[in-house]
Design a protein around this ligand. Sequence first.
Ligand code: IVH
Length: 673
Amino acid sequence: MNDKTAENIEEIRARLEELRGLVRYHSRRYYIEDSPEIDDAEYDALYTELELIEGEHPELVTPDSPTQKVGGEPLEGFEEVRHAVPMLSLANARSPQDLREWDARVRRLLDDENDLENLRYVTELKIDGLAVSLRYEAGRFVLGATRGNGTVGENVTANLSTVRSIPEKLVGEDIPPVLEPRGEVYMALAPFEEFNRKQEEAGEKTYANPRNLAAGSIRQLDPRITAKRPLTVYLYGVGEGYEAYPSHSEALAALKGYGLRVNPHELHNSIEGVIEVCERWVRKREEVPYQVDGVVVKVDSREQQAALGSVQKAPRWAIAYKFEPLAGRTKLKDIIVNVGRTGAVTPQAVLEPVNVGGVTISKATLHNEDYIRERGVLVGDTVMIERAGDVIPQVVRAVTEDRDGSEREFSMPDACPVCGEPLVRPPGEAVLRCVNASCPAQALEHVIHFVSKTAMDIDGFGEKLAEKLFDLGLIKDVATVYDLRTEQLEPLEGFGEKSAKNLIRSIEKSKSQPFDRILFALGVRHVGAVTARLVAERFSGDDLLSGVTVEELSEIDGIGEVVARAIVEYFAIEENRDLIGRLKERGLDFQAISSGASDGPLAGRKFVITGALSEPRSAFANRIEAAGGTVVSSVSKKTDYVLAGEEAGSKLEKANKLGVVVLDEAAFRELLF
Ligand code: IVH
């Protein structure tokens, strides 16, 4: 190697170091502190440059590079890790009285020498995830382990490295040479629901609760799979290295200073203050965007903790005030099947009503036939059900000991329970579908989607009205919306001559919507507003009817095979072709649209993105921009939408104050897909 090349390599190495530092810093601002300093495009530019240089110089890639968060090679199995400081569990309290008794014992055990007067407690939420230990040596993440049995856990370093809120390198001063922060890896409820929804769509395994999914993700042998799961971490303690801090609260403050994500906590001078907080969380538990199962109360002073010590596997200086479980046990009376808007036919459990965490549950989802089989659930079984946040309750398992022989196996019907058409199970999917677009079960849902703001935008046509018109037999499918007449509407409750005329006018007006809107409004599977636009720029309705192929559609940039196939299948079905014919007769315009026009489905709409989402913000920003919208950084009256993730802060508050529409991830996807 001549001098010139050596110099070059040094320059490249220096630039790489600089880029890694910048990417680390800004990703911390984004993922951990929720206060980015640069916009997503700038961040992406830094990241891309880093990736490019590393791509050209694989020999310069270091394991701690932020690009390595995507996950390395699969493992054969997990190695054992012995915890130098055992990972303890917690004793439980179930009532304020239990807490008072615990406080009395703490006081009894601590004498004046331990400075009883300064006894303070810390409360923090008990997160229902997976306990992990993160070992940092000289500020670098070297070992990540599960709790295991408390003494020996599993080495899951490669997987934990993919979690974006776990930094490879700590920042700041006075970091103990060996520091072992401990905490809980979890998945927030919104990304959990989104994940399950996608799995269900794709006919893949769904999870009963975020805990199972988080645990399953961390114990994946292939870290590239873990990297795709929106996991995060909250740290709530320190194993090795704890001596550096005089108290729990000071340790947490220090962790925060090193750039770690720390469980929110409060300090109290008396057990009555602790009880108040516990009772507050019992009331507000469902407002927490992730699953929690109690409040952990800890003695703050490290010296007092040491004086109290542990019994068996639990410290005497901490206790968990447990919430009522969000699980229950009841009888599965029957299994019925439902047909949704996309035609997905899903089994639903009819339950003997049971109270679960304050809500009476009489129905629960069973997802699909495989789900029922895997859990061996029979009609008539006693079953365990679980509820996670606002998710529809799920049947988790059957209590087989309770069987008396009267239980029977369930199988899915061959024909749609509503329209009688044969059901199909697309290859590789777990879900059965009714593909008849005129199926009345789907028709109402179809109409609601068709008339909605992002689709045909028929002003004044809401969900309630759609239901009413359906019940009265005035509409049967989306085409019959165009047959409505003023005289039919006028006599209806809530209508007068004027409002009836207005609605008819809005319906008429919608006939001039461009083809991409119509295509989106038709509700073809996988076809959101953006996809619809891409297709409509290339093909007219007639093209699609006369047999555009999967290959031709896949040639469009941004359209994959699954989507292409869904479109081809839709246009091949006789009932759908008939529906389109009737829409054309009524004057809807199925001509291809000109490309490049700046009027995407979100044209002129201003978005602010805040909080922790299941993917990088740039991914959402790209989608918004592809649909013609713009992303701005601060909320004002001119903002149209705030896309808010987990733990959104001041921007969300401001949006609420100004009455700006707030979307969660699910609502955002609805808008686009
Ligand atoms: S402290 C020495 N704090 O609960 C005390 N644990 O039953 C050790 N957990 O396995 C635990 N949130 O996974 C602590 N804020 C919190 C917690 C928490 C959840 C879990 C942890 C542990 C279990 C203890």
